[in-house]
Write a protein that binds this ligand. Structure first.
Ligand code: FES
Ligand SMILES: [Fe+2]
Length: 374
């Protein structure tokens, strides 16, 4: 791999929050980093795929993104999910082109090769005259697959922490709320004209709330807004004031928990509601953010009409906040591309989460460079 002039020991070194500069603008804008992030960051970290409860029967599947690749998570005959690259071994076609579905076997959408649910190659049409071909050499490539509190994650390269250690402490902290009681409700997709790191930085501080989100600011007790950091994630939390903001009477007086798990996964948890966000790089200056909404299984079963009203209000409010974030993030991307900017500084009072993310990013870059040489 070639390197980049900004990957110096000085710029990669961790610095204390009070003295640190922000990362160089090239890390958000240069095409080199779009490719480098795939190897240094996304290949070796757990990537959210979806709700485990969506896979109930053998053959149920979800598709997900791992770096630049598509993955398919398939419920096995044994009842556990297993992920594979969503890539046929004939000429690279897809086994699934949709977000989810169910099938007794996996069939490539290009020429129709079929695979068993365990990834072994089963049927190969019109191959009678092909010589020296052994189906056992053409099974699907598996990915590491793990479940945490009913959420499925996949990883391309091992070596990093187990999913349970990356998430250590979260389930205990949000008790008595239990994520395993929540069920997937809907997915909303946003395409944004900014680098994925701009979106993550923006998520990680409440500094911008008064100017960018005045309505959200009124819904929470901003004076009680706190940021904490752990090894692989950070947490921002704040007491909720009103009941109306998320259409959620249960939220009044409760806590809003905003978790970020390195490198690109967020959980926005309120009483009776969870929303996950996964940030997927599309290009140096474009990303896609998937919002998955979860609500209590009991409410989904017992009061679907009431839940539809509540979920509608929740979505409307989140959508307004998201449009405010998109507008500012797209401006920031253009700012980072301008010759007027390279590196800034952090508010030590409010930007500990951004600094923590950027430190983990530098560590991931250092680790990649030390393993593969500069
Ligand atoms: S690429 Fe899959 S059958 Fe041809
Ligand atoms: Fe925001």
């Amino acid at each position: 791999m070639t390197t980049h002039p900004t990957l110096t020991d000085g710029l990669l070194a961790p610095e204390p929050l009070e003295r640190a500069d922000t990362i160089p603008s090239a890390w958000y804008t240069d095409a080199f980093f779009h490719a480098f992030d795939q190897h240094a960051v996304f290949a070796s970290t757990w990537q959210y795929a979806g709700a485990a409860s969506r896979l109930t029967t053998p053959g149920d599947y979800l598709t997900a993104t791992v770096g630049r690749s598509s993955a398919i998570v398939v419920q096995q005959q044994s009842g556990t999910p297993q992920a594979f690259y969503n890539v046929c071994k004939h000429r690279g076609g897809p086994l699934a082109m949709d977000a989810c579905g169910s099938s007794r076997m996996l069939q490539c959408k290009y020429h129709g090769w079929t695979y068993r649910l365990d990834g072994s190659l089963r049927g190969v049409p019109r191959f009678n005259r092909t010589e020296l071909f052994d189906k056992r050499d053409f099974g699907l490539t598996p990915l590491e697959t793990s479940d945490w509190e009913g959420l499925l994650f996949v990883r391309a390269e091992g070596g990093g922490p187990a999913l349970s250690s990356a998430m250590k402490g979260i389930a205990e902290r949000i008790h008595p709320m239990r994520l395993t009681d929540m069920r997937f409700y809907q997915r909303i997709t946003y395409d944004i004209a900014c680098n994925w790191k701009v979106y993550v930085d923006n998520f990680l501080e409440g500094y911008h709330l008064p100017l960018v989100h005045p309505e959200l600011c009124d819904a929470i007790d901003y004076s009680g807004y706190v940021t904490e950091t752990a090894a692989h994630y950070s947490l921002q939390h704040s007491p909720m004031l009103g009941a109306s903001a998320y259409g959620n009477a249960q939220s009044a007086g409760g806590n809003a928990w905003y978790y970020f798990v390195f490198p690109n996964f967020m959980m926005n948890i309120l009483p009776g509601r969870m929303q996950t966000n996964i940030v997927l790089p599309l290009a140096p200056d474009r990303c896609r953010v998937l919002f998955d909404y979860y609500y209590p299984a009991e409410e989904m079963r017992d009061d679907p009409d009431g839940l539809a009203v509540r979920a509608g209000a929740d979505h409307d409010f989140s959508h307004r906040v998201q449009l405010e974030d998109i507008e500012i993030c797209e401006f920031v991307q253009r700012g980072l591309e301008s010759p007027a900017y390279d590196r800034g500084r952090f508010s030590a009072e409010t930007e500990a989460g951004v600094h923590h993310f950027q430190d983990l990013l530098k560590a991931a870059y250092r680790s990649r460079l030390s393993r593969h040489g500069q």
